[in-house]
Write a protein that binds this ligand. Sequence first.
Ligand SMILES: C[S@@+](CC[C@H](N)C(=O)[O-])C[C@H]1O[C@@H](n2cnc3c(N)ncnc32)[C@H](O)[C@@H]1O
Length: 260
Amino acid sequence: MSEGGGADLYAALAPIYDDWQASDGMTPFALVTAARLAPVLEREAAAPAPLPRPFSFLEIGCGTGTLLGALRAAQPTWRLAGADASAAMLGVAAGKPGLRRVALARARLEQPLPFARGFDVAGVFYDTLNHLADPPALARAFAALSDVLRPGGLLVFDVTNLLGFERWWRGRNEFSGRRWRISVDARFDPTSRLGRAEVTIAGEERARSFHLIERYLSSADIRGGLTSAGFTVERTEGWAPFTNDVEGKTWWVARLGPKS
Ligand SMILES: C[S@@+](CC[C@H](N)C(=O)[O-])C[C@H]1O[C@@H](n2cnc3c(N)ncnc32)[C@H](O)[C@@H]1O
């Protein structure tokens, strides 16, 4: 990888990402997430808030914008925004008619985010946090998120947990669509806590391979980062996003305390 966060990989994946996510009868992960997230957001939107409406939500690692599109369709009056490290993934999002009124920005999570403070809720989903290099980068990411939320705002995210790395990051998986093939050869090393995958993408051009690294983040790493950024954990629980599969994700909800 020439940049962090799998930038080259996501540049190559972007044009086929939505097709891949819906291939072989799969429900795109972003829609599985949207179904779990919607009631959380609806509760927050209904609660008394110190700031004038509209209710606002920011997703970091929004990729091709599928989750934001589902929210926009269900909640036309909410203020929605998204950011991602990959220009190519954002380019796909920006081309979707349903996302015309969604502010999109290119940004890396572990750096200050290009949004003013004031969002009611921020979300980070589908392994985005597992892409970060180490616990200090995670702590910087939580600090950046705390800077864009209003005091009392909510942070919701999922991470792949140990069970998920052991179950999903092993062996080869193949996916194919009408004009593309993706193969993922993955392994997880519990000592270094790193998942490594060779992702090969074949389309109309020659096949290209990319090396993706994701990190298992322990609950202690996550709690430590949240606390130092001023968050209080409200909820943490195992989540099985796929039917008849393990709770390989952990779903976290944390609230930002008042700024000192
Ligand atoms: C597995 S994809 C998930 C995309 C989308 N959330 C979904 O559910 O389809 C992970 C996304 O995180 C983005 N990403 C990786 N590292 C990032 C970082 N440090 N800051 C912001 N985005 C990042 C990638 O560009 C990619 O779009």
